[in-house]
Each structure stands twice: as C-alpha cells, then as structure tokens.
Design a protein around this ligand. Structure first.
Ligand code: PMV
Length: 357
C-alpha cells in the first residue's frame, strides 16, 4: 500500500459537522529517533498507548463560502495564533489526501488532561485527536469507509503532524515501521499489535515522574535532524530493529526480565544518541540518574519487575505490572517523589486508544 491509497475524493456540497475525540499520549518502548521526509521513520518502533494522559479536541466544520480552507485554534478555551505555524504545515501536508477540506472553515478547540507545563509532549495526543475529528468528517462524507480504513488513515494523517502521533490512535500496544516481522506493518501508519498480547501487559502501569517541567533545550525535531550524519546512526537503526524483534516475542510470552532488558537499553540508547550527536546535548538531569539508580537498587532488593524508560526529556516513566501497584507506589512516594519537581508525578496505565466523546 503506498501514499496514493490515502487520497480521498472531493465533494461539491459541504456538510456542517461538530465532532469531539479524545486521543492518548503513548510511551515508546523501542524508540523512533531519526527520520526522512515526510515523517518517515528510519527504524520501526513500538509503544504502550496510555490511558489518562489525553488530549480532547472538538472540531466544528463550517461551510466556507470563500472556498479557501481556514481555521481558528483554541487551547483551553483561549485563541492561540502562536500554534498556527505548526498547524498550518500539518494542514498543508494533509490537504492532498483530504481535498474536500478546501470547502470548510474549522474551529478547533483542544485541551489536555495533564498539566500544561509538565514536560510531557502533547504533540502525539494532540495530532491524533485532531486526525480522528478529520476522519469523522471523512466518514460522514464517504460512509462506505470501513473501520479498518478509518483507523489506518487516522494514523497516517496523525503521522504527518508528528511521527509518534501515528501510534496514538489505537491500543494497547502499537507498532510503526515496515521492517517489523509483522506483515501488516508500514512506515506510513501504525497498527495495533493485535490479540496475542500477554495478559500482564494489558493493564501495565506507567507512573511519570516529573523531574523537569520546563520546555526542552533541544526539540525532538532538532534531535531527529541530528541523526543525519550521526557517527552511530546506522548501528542504532539496526539495534532498534533487533530490539523490536526481541520485544515482539516478549509481548506474547510476558517474559519480564527480557522486557526490562530491552526497554532500559532502548531508553539509554536514545539518550546515548543525543550525547554523541554533533552538536551533542544532554536532556537528562542529575535527578533522572538518581531515580534510575534507585530503581535498580529497588529491583535488586525486592525482585519486583520495576523498570524505567525515558522520552526525549528529563522525566522518567516507571513501568510495572498492575499486580505490583501497591509496593511500587509506596516506593515512589517514600523514595522517588523527592527527586520530582514540586514532588509531582502522574499515574497512568496502558489504554485502548482514541475514542469519540
Ligand atoms: O514524534 P516526535 O517527532 O516528537 O518524536 C518522538 C521521539 C521520541 O519520543 C523520543 C521517541 C518515540 O518513539 O516516541
């Protein structure tokens, strides 16, 4: 299936519609870091879809008499023209695939369930929620669209807004990238891991320790860019594919020792790429490392399969089975909260994907 598959027809008569969707954030276990235009990954990735960290977006589609597409964007009820450049380039990219949009003016209203400055990237959930609203309109115009086509194209559109957003449409585990052993996999969109997931992962916990709530010194856009001409890029892409193959086995077997080994390797490899870029940079903070050491000590002492992963930032995601919730949460409150900005952390867990609200 190539890009042309995603081009829909035009229509002559616009249909007014207001629709509202909620889409979750996701946390990559095998990391996507490095891409080519337009937002195509250099390696495959796999993530847990989250449940509580969500963006809710309402889109009002109104007929546009001027016949040139336009939009207004509100965040938490406030008009935000500063978001226009990013949204403009998103709409420019997707216009070709949804030509009917030229007949509309959009009023977009968005809000996040997580605190605005928490250091949690909201682009994945935001682009996924907006793409679901767009697909709802497409389904209204073309009712013959099947559920499979609907979700696939929503992921395709979300990817063009922010790569990792492709993985925020479905749950509980999604895969993005064509080199995976899964036949249905693609660079163009993400798909759900399917029904062979081991039961330990269906309610896996993710507690996000907010080590640094400020904005990052180096954006992920710049980070991806630095993978071009990176001395270790090719080895990294091979490593990610190997880790993904191993993780696909673990997702079915539920082998948590192997899970921990892959997930922590991936987190540290992502940050190793940052530290060896030209120019180099470090997004971890001293407290990130203190937490990692405490997690290792706790795991050694208790044999509880608690592990960590990192995004492109200083915050730490702690991953653990639901059956260990009580002991891990006590440990976090007593020993890790002290390393978080204002003692803040967020409880989340694996979720089922975007939904209409
Ligand atoms: O989707 P982007 O361009 O913000 O990149 C995301 C990169 C990581 O979060 C670091 C890894 C990933 O796979 O989500």
């Amino acid at each position: 299936m190539d890009e042309t598959h995603f081009i829909s027809s035009t229509t002559n008569s616009p249909v007014p519609l207001t629709t509202r969707w909620e889409a979750p954030s996701n946390i990559a276990l095998v990391k996507y870091w490095g891409k080519t235009d337009p937002q195509l990954p250099k390696n495959s990735s796999l993530s847990f879809t989250l449940s509580s960290s969500v963006t809710t977006t309402e889109v009002e589609f109104k007929a546009n008499n001027k016949k040139t597409f336009e939009f207004e964007f509100y965040f938490e009820g406030v008009l935000k023209p500063d978001f226009h450049p990013k949204l403009n380039s998103f709409f420019k990219r997707i216009h070709h695939y949804i030509p009917w949009i030229a007949l509309y003016s959009l009023k977009i209203n968005s809000h996040n369930s997580f605190p605005h400055s928490s250091g949690i990237a909201s682009s994945a959930s935001a682009m996924a929620a907006l793409s679901m609203c767009i697909m709802d309109m497409e389904k209204t115009l073309f009712p013959e669209t099947t559920a499979a086509e609907f979700y696939r194209k929503a992921s395709f559109l979300a990817r063009l807004g922010s790569g990792s957003a492709a993985r925020s449409i479905e749950g509980p585990v999604t895969l993005w990238g064509k080199n995976t052993p899964q036949e249905s996999s693609s660079d163009l969109y993400a798909s759900s891991f399917g029904n062979q997931l081991h039961s330990v992962f269906t309610a896996y916990q993710d507690t996000i320790l907010l080590v640094d709530k400020g904005s990052k010194a180096v954006s992920s856009t710049q980070g991806h860019q630095l993978m071009h001409n990176h001395p270790f890029a090719e080895q990294r892409f091979v490593q990610a594919e190997t880790n993904l193959e191993r993780l696909l086995v673990v997702m079915q077997s539920g082998n948590l020792d192997e899970f921990i080994s892959i997930v922590e390797t991936e987190a540290l490899s992502l940050h190793a790429m940052m530290m060896t870029s030209n120019p180099y940079f470090i997004l971890m903070q001293p407290n990130t490392l203190k937490i990692i050491q405490k997690v290792w000590d706790f795991r050694k002492q208790t044999q509880i399969p608690l592990c960590f992963t990192l995004d492109a930032g200083a915050n730490v995601h702690l991953l653990y089975p639901q059956s260990n919730k009580k002991e891990v949460r006590t440990f976090i409150a007593d020993h890790l909260a002290v390393y978080c900005e204002q003692g803040q952390y967020l409880f989340d867990e694996v979720g089922s994907g975007a939904k209409k609200v």
